[in-house]
Design a binder for this molecule. Structure first.
Ligand SMILES: [Zn+2]
Length: 250
């Protein structure tokens, strides 16, 4: 079998990261151990959940599910050192890429003023034949566009002080990083923080039970993925990311 290409270490010369994902559990299936490493270095990391995953548990109706999953997400964040968590409460399962979603994400970028923005894989697949999920694709596309919108003082002007809002434009995001992408070129060494990442996924207990996957073991699952990426980075464990530079002409 052909050896997968080596991954480069992801930059760590930054202070603030905003993670914007579609669902509670998205960060925990790919990036929570990386977040634990970053918060351990004293960096500030915020989470934005576009939906509350209320359509994610077959046996629990959405109104009850929303509360349950938001509570699980807050605990899951606490376990990796994240206390700034926003829920945008958009409809789970039927998100649409478009200006309304870009507007919501741009507002969060202007509020948090991050150096980097993290989102989930929004490529068509995960690298095999299984297609990605529609909300993930919509959110990732909206995130890269909203990062540019956030820096433009003539876009979504009602959010800005000059337009009656309480925010300023923010053009400080250098890169967007998509975890779990089949086109990953970089990775974060998660050898020292994989346990925190596992605990963060285990905090989604009601969701994991609701999946009904026979014998699903969060540790085994995350270790398997992290070991593969680690082999490409030259560490025991790692989390892979695709890097999108937010400048022009790169
Ligand atoms: Zn998801």
């Amino acid at each position: 079998m052909e050896k997968p290409p080596a991954l480069e270490p992801l930059r760590e010369d930054w202070e603030r990261a905003l993670c914007v994902v579609a669902h509670p559990d998205d960060m925990e299936f790919g990036a929570a151990a990386a977040v634990a490493r970053w918060t351990g270095q004293g960096k500030s990391v915020g989470y934005v959940l576009v939906t509350s995953g209320e359509a994610g548990i077959d046996a629990v109706e959405p109104d009850r599910c929303r509360d349950l999953r938001e509570a699980e997400q807050v605990e899951s964040c606490r376990l990796v050192g994240v206390t700034d968590v926003a829920f945008l409460r958009q409809p789970d399962g039927v998100l649409e890429y478009g200006v309304p979603l870009r507007r919501l994400v741009a507002e969060q970028v202007r509020r948090f003023r991050p150096d980097v923005v993290v989102t989930g894989n929004f490529r068509e697949t995960w690298g095999g034949r299984n297609l990605n999920q529609a909300d993930h694709v919509a959110v990732g596309r909206a995130v890269v566009d909203a990062v540019r919108d956030a820096g433009n003082r003539w876009v979504f002007t009602d959010q800005l002080a000059e337009g009656g809002g309480d925010l300023e434009p923010w053009g400080g995001v250098g890169e967007v990083w998509a975890f779990g992408s089949p086109d990953s070129t970089h990775a974060v060494d998660t050898t020292g923080t994989l346990d925190a990442g596992v605990a963060s996924l285990e905090a989604h207990g009601a969701y994991i039970d609701g999946l009904g996957w026979e014998d699903f073991d969060p540790r085994e699952f995350l270790e398997g993925m992290a070991r593969q990426a680690g082999q490409r980075l030259g560490t025991t464990f790692a989390a892979p990311f695709e890097v999108f530079p937010m400048g022009w002409g790169e």
